[in-house]
Design a protein around this ligand. Structure first.
Ligand code: DQA
Length: 137
């Protein structure tokens, strides 16, 4: 299976950023562990801080991958355009968040993406990504 993890804005700073919320591990180390634990899965990774770059990536892979695990970061709560891109492609998308967004500020409770996703996983720390990958197997 071909599965991609896409991370949005500020997620390049995992391990450095707001450690009490997002933890101390950087994403590359977590991704390496994940790849090792899903041998047989073609797992790739893309990160961008730019809304349009995330949309371009969704268009590029969105008709030939088996699944997208997407943490769009704050764009989750603002981006009609990423929501539309998810609706436009045929590859199924699972929305993930490291933190339990429902325990946090009100503005994080709404997602413009969720209604076009297969499901939403949040609150399991970095293992939200693992659960996202598992959901496609
Ligand atoms: C996040 C939650 C978002 O509200 C926030 O803007 C992020 C990270 C998470 O993984 O918990 O950047 O998507």
């Amino acid at each position: 299976k071909k599965i991609i993890i896409i991370n949005g804005p500020n997620l390049n700073l995992l391990g450095v950023r707001e450690k009490s919320i997002y933890g101390t591990k950087d994403f590359q180390s977590y991704f390496d562990e994940l790849k090792a634990s899903f041998a047989g899965v073609e797992l790739s990774y893309f990160q961008s801080n730019h809304e349009g770059a995330i949309i371009d990536k969704l268009h590029e892979i969105g008709f030939n991958f088996d699944g997208v695990v997407l943490n769009a970061g704050a764009y989750t709560h603002t981006s009609v355009a990423i929501g539309d891109a998810i609706a436009a492609i045929t590859t199924p998308v699972v929305e993930v968040h490291i933190s339990n967004v429902h325990k946090r500020e009100e503005f994080r409770h709404h997602s413009y993406l969720a209604k076009n996703c297969v499901g939403v996983i949040c609150g399991f720390g970095l293992d939200s990504y693992k659960l996202g990958v598992q959901s496609f197997l």
